[in-house]
Design a protein around this ligand. Structure first.
Ligand SMILES: Cc1cc2nc3c(=O)[nH]c(=O)nc-3n(C[C@H](O)[C@H](O)[C@H](O)COP(=O)(O)OP(=O)(O)OC[C@H]3O[C@@H](n4cnc5c(N)ncnc54)[C@H](O)[C@@H]3O)c2cc1C
Length: 362
């Protein structure tokens, strides 16, 4: 729980709070990035061998929780690029991709999701030292600005692999750019006999899914920590509103029906926060937290969505003015129930983990 932090972790929490409070509400993403670099948060996601602070899962959770609870703008610009699925790669990927990624010279994207109407998963055949890749990926966040994509490809007779594919390689085409409801940007790509060096396979063929799932698992926990913090932000935002007077001159928060809704919101925020801190500790202990990560992501995204909806109901029509923070949040949170796995699909995975695979402590 957040109450059981050691002195260094408490200090980190206080520094994160102070940092969030120091960022101007109108700051741009670039302003937030440089402020984060100066304050030392930027390198928390980066390995020590690249000069990073290589923070633990709990430390990252603390910072995410606090930044989100403060409702700071562009919180996603606070952390620098992590190695993701490229962690620990050997040459030539290390010099050609991992180094430039850590130094900020190259941007990466993650290409996993296939189009609904794909006739077959993205696949590759070997031709000497090359892979000949055919297929498509439908939802690549940041794909239009990325230099390369870590792409899940099924290699004939060898199995799924993550393969680094340059976005400007011959045979790779960006078919569509689009923005989703939350304001983030994505691209769809197709591969037509794209020639990719076989040396661009990350790890071994056959390892693609577990590697991809590790990254997806980390991102689910990050989403849950952000949601837990944001739920606290919603509750605090609402407190100010409930302290005010209604048209009849009565304190809004005195109505029992309003208090019941507010209690639900606080209970959910408490539960979500408890879950993410406990799961972060488990992850740092080396435990398999696939099921717990799923539980955190499903619970936190759904309860945040409910909290925002409740808060809008309690504030009234003003909360639906497009620029109102709750209206902005309402648009942002919907995507989180789909991103990194649709919540119902995750529920089914969780049941499989519990009933068939005996994984996790959940
Ligand atoms: C903001 C955002 C960013 C994203 N970024 C990336 C990215 O960078 N890279 C990437 O590869 N992908 C990305 N995605 C795609 C994302 O991973 C997928 O949208 C998500 O995994 C769901 O897959 P899908 O869209 O194909 O929906 P589907 O899996 O087709 O699911 C559609 C619906 O069917 C339901 N459903 C499906 N199967 C079952 C079942 N067996 N039982 C019951 N219900 C079921 C689901 O619950 C859901 O409601 C992103 C998505 C979003 C929203």
């Amino acid at each position: 729980m957040p109450e059981q932090l050691n002195p260094a972790q408490q200090q980190l929490r206080n520094e994160a709070r102070a940092f969030a409070a120091s960022v101007d509400a109108e700051a741009s993403a670039a302003n937030v990035r440089s402020a984060s670099q100066a304050a030392g948060f930027f390198t928390m996601t980066q390995p020590a061998e690249f000069g990073g602070a290589q923070a633990s899962v709990l430390e990252l959770t603390i910072v995410r929780d606090e930044l989100s609870a403060a409702g700071m703008p562009h919180a996603n610009a606070v952390f620098g690029p992590g190695p993701g699925v490229l962690a620990g790669v050997k040459e030539p990927l290390r010099s050609a991709y991992l180094h430039p990624l850590m130094a900020g010279g190259k941007r990466a994207a993650f290409a996993f999701t296939e189009p609904d109407d794909a006739p077959h998963p993205t696949r590759a055949a070997r031709e000497g030292d090359w892979l000949i890749v055919n297929g498509a990926k439908s939802y690549v966040t940041g794909g239009a600005d990325a230099h390369f994509m870590n792409t899940l490809v099924h290699i004939e007779d060898e199995g799924p692999a993550l393969v680094v594919i340059d976005t400007d390689a011959k045979g790779v085409s960006m078919d569509r750019r689009f923005a989703s409801l939350d304001g983030s940007h994505h691209a769809a790509f197709s591969f037509t006999d794209a020639r990719v060096p076989a040396a661009n396979i990350i790890g071994q063929p056959g390892e693609g899914l577990p590697r991809a799932m590790r990254q997806i698992g980390d991102t689910r926990l990050a989403i849950a920590a952000n949601c837990a913090g944001t739920m606290r932000w919603v509750a605090t935002f609402l407190e100010t509103h409930l302290d005010g007077k209604d048209r009849a001159g009565k304190r809004r928060g005195d109505k029992e029906g309003v208090r019941l809704r507010y209690a639900d919101l606080r209970i959910a925020a408490f539960a979500a926060r408890s879950m993410v801190y406990r799961t972060a500790r488990l992850a740092d202990s080396g435990a398999n937290v696939v099921n717990e990560g799923i539980a955190c992501k499903v619970f936190a995204t759904e309860h945040l969505q409910n909290s925002v909806d409740t808060a809008i109901g309690l504030v009234g029509g003003n909360a639906l003015v497009e620029s109102h923070p709750l209206a902005v949040l309402y648009r942002t949170v919907r995507s989180l129930r789909l991103a990194e796995g649709a919540n119902d699909v995750l529920r089914l995975n969780l049941v499989r983990g519990a009933l068939e695979l005996n994984k996790g402590v959940l």
